[in-house]
Design a protein around this ligand. Structure first.
Ligand code: ATP
Length: 515
């Protein structure tokens, strides 16, 4: 089990704010729930993460092209996709605390507590029996544990049935039977459980009528489906091929917490891969492997990823899994990989009355392709990168530093050029060096404060290299280059800086790392 580290999350949140990565939205008006702004360093890191994904998908892969579809789409699209009728979460309020919850989450948390009781019983017994303890035997025979297991299994079954049949009364009954109390008020004074649709709506045009109602897209995928034939025909694409897109998505999450993990406005990077019916399981396996390799090459530690297969499949899927990441809150979904069959295209054919079929010139036949989807939340990827890069270190001289060990190719700035003192022509020399580098590498210039303080600030925003210009530079055109992670300093020729940065901070090398 991954250890939760709430402290780490708190530290990352405040570091992100202090160093210009992420600010709460509308902060001077006390913020807006689960909406965030990316600051001057955040936007650079975010753009680099997008580039890493975009180039891998559309440039390294031979048969994937990108699009950028509009956020507003015809409202019938969301009817066809199933979002109007089924993109719901069960919501419940406690009448005393006036707090709102997702009923399924409350139930799952109650079952986790029962599981903890089982774990405690096992732990106690293991201590009592010592080396002769047989866990499997104990769990399958101990009456108290058996009762807990039965309770969990029964409740899980009831939860699954209630969710799939949208039976909110059974959901409420399950909450009553599990004696679920509000963690805030401690009471069981609940409202009925109601379905809550997660789509934001607004009106298009000047008259507010139901007929003008449109939605802010809750996923980018539908923009790809409805453009499938446009792209296939104009790009002369042959199956199998993919369409990729990066863009904003909006979900009115009932309970949004855990920083940028669950937001109401977020960004997705999705790719739909169109294949011949019958081939989808091979491609599903292919994309699982490709995506995991892409993650591993990032360098955040391969032990921090795992697959989680979905047992309860959505109505449109014939296989699905998540890639989970070890966030400060434990292992949670970072990316979804879904085999969506021909559900979406078929449904859009039905609702639009237009054919959405691929003509296969080899077999002289038309068919609706099957689809494998990879869908990753850019903000979750950002959180994964930031939280695993955050390190507090005690230095030899007894001082502390916070360093963001962001993979160099993704760092907001690759290099900081720092004149040792603000006189004697050093700033001018530093400006010249900066000018030579800045067209190729995002660079930073700073001449205030002691050099030590400036190094710390660069560590805190993850700048991999600091180049210090001193009096010797004026004589022999050499500088010291300091590496963020090792803090080692070397004397090198100014002329060698470009190649050094190109080698260590290159997006191309990162992409080539994906084996
Ligand atoms: P979850 O179960 O965590 O709500 P989901 O299964 O609804 O996620 P998908 O619909 O598969 O998510 O969306 C694909 C990806 O979009 C997710 O893997 C996640 O990275 C991202 N994502 C989904 N909802 C949010 C959100 N509210 N905030 C930030 N990212 C999100």
């Amino acid at each position: 089990m991954a250890q939760q580290d709430d402290n780490l999350l708190k530290k990352v949140v405040s570091h992100a704010k202090e160093y210009g990565f992420i600010f709460p939205s509308s902060e001077i008006y006390d913020g807006l729930g689960a909406v965030y702004d990316y600051g001057q360093n955040g936007v650079e890191l975010k753009n680099n993460l997008k580039e890493y994904w975009w180039r891998f998908m559309t440039q390294v892969q031979d048969n994937i092209v990108g699009i950028d579809s509009a956020i507003f789409m015809h409202p019938t699209i969301w009817k066809a996709s199933g979002h109007v009728d089924a993109f719901n979460d069960p919501m419940v309020d406690n009448k005393d605390s006036k707090k709102r919850y997702r009923a399924d989450v409350l139930i799952e948390e109650a079952l986790d507590k029962i599981q903890e009781k089982i774990d405690k019983e096992v732990e106690k017994a293991a201590k009592r029996f010592g080396d002769s303890f047989d866990k499997v035997m104990f769990v399958s025979t101990n009456p108290r544990v058996q009762e807990y297991v039965k309770k969990i299994n029964e409740a899980n079954e009831r939860l699954k049935n209630a969710m799939s049949s949208s039976d909110m009364a059974s959901m409420k009954q399950l909450m009553t039977d599990l004696e679920i109390a509000d963690p805030v008020s401690g009471t069981r004074n609940w409202t009925d459980v109601r379905q809550f649709n997660l789509m934001f709506s607004t009106e298009m045009g000047s008259i507010a009528e139901e007929a003008n109602k449109i939605y802010l897209r809750p996923e980018t995928a539908q923009g790809i489906f409805v453009n499938f034939l446009n792209v296939q025909k104009t790009g002369r694409m042959k199956i199998p091929f993919g369409i990729a897109q990066i863009g904003k998505a909006f979900r009115n999450e009932i309970v949004a917490r855990q920083f940028i993990f669950r937001m109401r406005e977020f960004e997705q990077m999705e790719m739909q891969f169109f294949v011949k019916p019958g081939d989808e399981m091979n491609w599903y396996a292919f994309w699982k492997e490709q995506r995991l390799k892409w993650h591993h090459a990032l360098g955040l530690g391969s032990e921090n990823y795992r697959f989680h297969d979905h047992l309860n499949l959505a109505h449109y899927a014939n296989a699905a899994c998540d890639i989970q990441f070890n966030f400060p809150m434990g292992f949670k979904e970072l990316e979804g990989i879904h085999s969506r069959t021909d559900f979406d295209l078929k449904s859009h054919e039905k609702y639009s009355g237009k054919k959405l079929q691929y003509f296969d010139t080899e077999s002289n036949q038309s068919f609706i392709p099957y689809v494998i989807e990879t869908s990753i939340g850019l903000d979750r990827l950002f959180l994964a990168t930031l939280s695993s890069a955050y390190k507090e270190e005690k230095l030899e001289d007894g001082s502390d530093r916070v360093v963001l060990s962001i993979p160099p190719a993704l760092a907001p700035h690759k290099v900081a050029v720092l004149p040792l003192v603000k006189k004697d022509g050093l700033p001018e020399k530093a400006e010249t060096i900066l000018h030579d580098l800045k067209f190729e590498f995002s660079s930073y210039y700073e001449d205030k404060d002691t050099i030590g303080k400036r190094y710390r600030r660069m560590d805190a925003i993850g700048t991999p290299y600091c180049v210090t210009v001193d009096h010797q530079t004026l004589q022999d055109d050499t500088v010291t280059i300091r590496h963020r992670d090792t803090m080692q300093q070397d004397r090198v020729a100014v002329a060698s800086l470009r190649d050094r940065l190109a080698e260590d901070c290159s997006m191309v090398s990162l992409l080539k790392n994906i084996k």
